[in-house]
Write a protein that binds this ligand. Structure first.
Ligand code: FCB
Length: 462
């Protein structure tokens, strides 16, 4: 147990938001229902050899039919907020043209169910599931996709923007580009790192265009983007390792942050990449550099950078997760403090931790799952968020990944991240010990908050 556990809940500002996150393809199922057309993840997961357990998201957690029960779980956890994504091909089957009203109605019902339970709805527009119809036209390599995306964003903002707490354009564009087009681990499965650069530019462009289009709707939802980030730590003090770490940080974190906050790509990265197929139109950088209302950060691990062969590996004092990811909570506070210092004078908005969580090989024992490692993981990461807040970083909320066990992309159903266990045969949801713990933690936070009668620090949201 963490030494400061009993007071941990008191370390967060009174208006701090606690929530859970999911994404459409990972939980919804109903792949062929309600007028939904396929996305690139349907195509990819149905391609033999792409998914570890040969599974797909056809049924997933059947959330499309069970959203009422799932919203009940969020309410019973005592949480303030829920982050979910929209399946673009459910609301606009071709990714352009006609809207599918049946698909829109699903999200209207979901948002209504959340509102009734006083749960703030945080929508992500793109969590990796591009309509397959747009892929046929070149996907994110085609600049027009950015224009279609902005039109879709505008429509979602127009319809739902006053009922949502926030709208994020993209989830982890680094993954879309580098895993979707760089190493082919994710849909659409292209292996072409030079193309991945162009994809990353189109993703950023689409973000800028979407923010512009949504702003014009003048709705109350806060607008932003969700980036996956890590610290890049050199394995040794050698000049080679330090240079490699700086390059790693430039090509991942700064590659997305600099265009948004500085209006240009990081020099260090630009100097090293293959620019033979990298096309940036003159006005693009200005389009990308739109003011945003919040930045979502997803944190799972650090980059440990070694130039030796074989590369040095981190000590992993706290172990590794079922994904094989090093548990390194300290990286979270270092990352947040670093980002704050680097971008605070460049319009860095309030930050939400939009994902953080741990895959555990959870075992059902009777009706219980004793996932004490996950509880420890959560506490340690909460502690680091508190540390960053203490250091002056404006962090407004934390969303645990994930509410439910779900379809973990190319790992299929083999990796369980949920606070709630899903028995995929019966679709029964069973609370893990971590869910019970999180509920208690949030309750403790809320009691403390009401006992201080809402007095708060100067870093409160307005
Ligand atoms: C993130 C993704 C999320 C989930 C977690 C484990 O990169 O955004 O969908 O897969 O990792």
């Amino acid at each position: 147990m963490m030494p400061e556990q009993d007071t941990l809940a008191h370390k967060f500002p009174a208006k701090f938001v606690w929530g859970v996150a999911t994404s459409a393809y990972q939980i919804e199922g109903a792949a062929n229902e309600g007028g939904r057309a396929p996305s690139i993840w349907d195509t990819f997961s149905h391609t033999p050899g792409k998914i570890l357990d040969q599974s797909n998201g056809d049924v997933a957690c059947d959330h499309y039919h069970r959203y009422v029960e799932d919203v009940e779980h969020i309410a019973n956890l005592g949480l303030d907020a829920y982050r979910f994504s929209v399946s673009w091909s459910r609301v606009q089957p071709d990714g352009c043209g006609e809207w599918n009203e049946e698909g829109m109605a699903f999200y209207a019902r979901l948002i209504e169910a959340l509102t009734q339970k006083n749960i703030r709805a945080h929508m992500t527009l793109y969590h990796w599931d591009l309509p397959q119809a747009l892929q046929e036209q070149g996907g994110w390599l085609n600049r027009d996709t950015a224009v279609h995306f902005a039109r879709y964003a505008q429509e979602m903002a127009a319809r739902f923007g006053d009922q949502l707490a926030s709208i994020a354009t993209h989830n982890e564009p680094w993954c879309t580009a580098n895993l979707g087009y760089g190493n082919g681990q994710f849909a659409p499965g292209v292996v072409d790192p030079v193309a991945a650069l162009q994809v990353s530019h189109h993703l950023l462009l689409s973000h800028g265009l979407a923010i512009q289009a949504m702003r014009k709707q003048n709705k109350s939802a806060k607008l932003g983007i969700v980036l996956n980030q890590w610290t890049a730590d050199p394995a040794t003090d050698s000049e080679e390792d330090r240079a490699a770490a700086a390059w790693e940080y430039a090509r991942s974190v700064q590659w997305f942050m600099d265009p948004i906050f500085r209006g240009h790509y990081p020099e260090l990265a630009l100097a090293k990449i293959d620019r033979s197929r990298f096309i940036v139109a003159p006005e693009d950088m200005q389009t990308i550099q739109q003011p945003i209302d919040f930045l979502g950060i997803n944190y799972y691990f650090r980059a440990y950078v070694s130039t030796e062969t074989p590369p040095r590996l981190p000590e992993a004092k706290l172990g590794i997760t079922d994904m094989g990811w090093e548990i390194y909570p300290e990286g979270l506070s270092r990352l947040l403090i670093g980002i704050h210092q680097e971008y605070k004078d460049l319009g860095l908005p309030p930050i939400y931790i939009t994902e953080n969580g741990m895959a555990v090989a959870d075992q059902l024992e009777g009706e219980q799952i004793h996932d004490s490692r996950r509880i420890d993981y959560m506490q340690r990461h909460f502690q680091e968020v508190a540390k960053a807040i203490e250091a002056g970083v404006d962090i407004r909320g934390f969303f645990y990944w994930s509410l439910l066990d779900n379809f973990e992309w190319n790992s299929g159903y083999l990796r369980r991240f949920g606070l709630i266990y899903v028995d995929y045969v019966s679709q029964r949801r069973i609370w893990k010990d971590s869910a019970i713990w999180f509920k208690g933690f949030v309750q403790q936070f809320q009691h403390w908050r009401s006992s201080t009668k809402g007095t708060s620090t100067s870093r409160e949201p307005t």
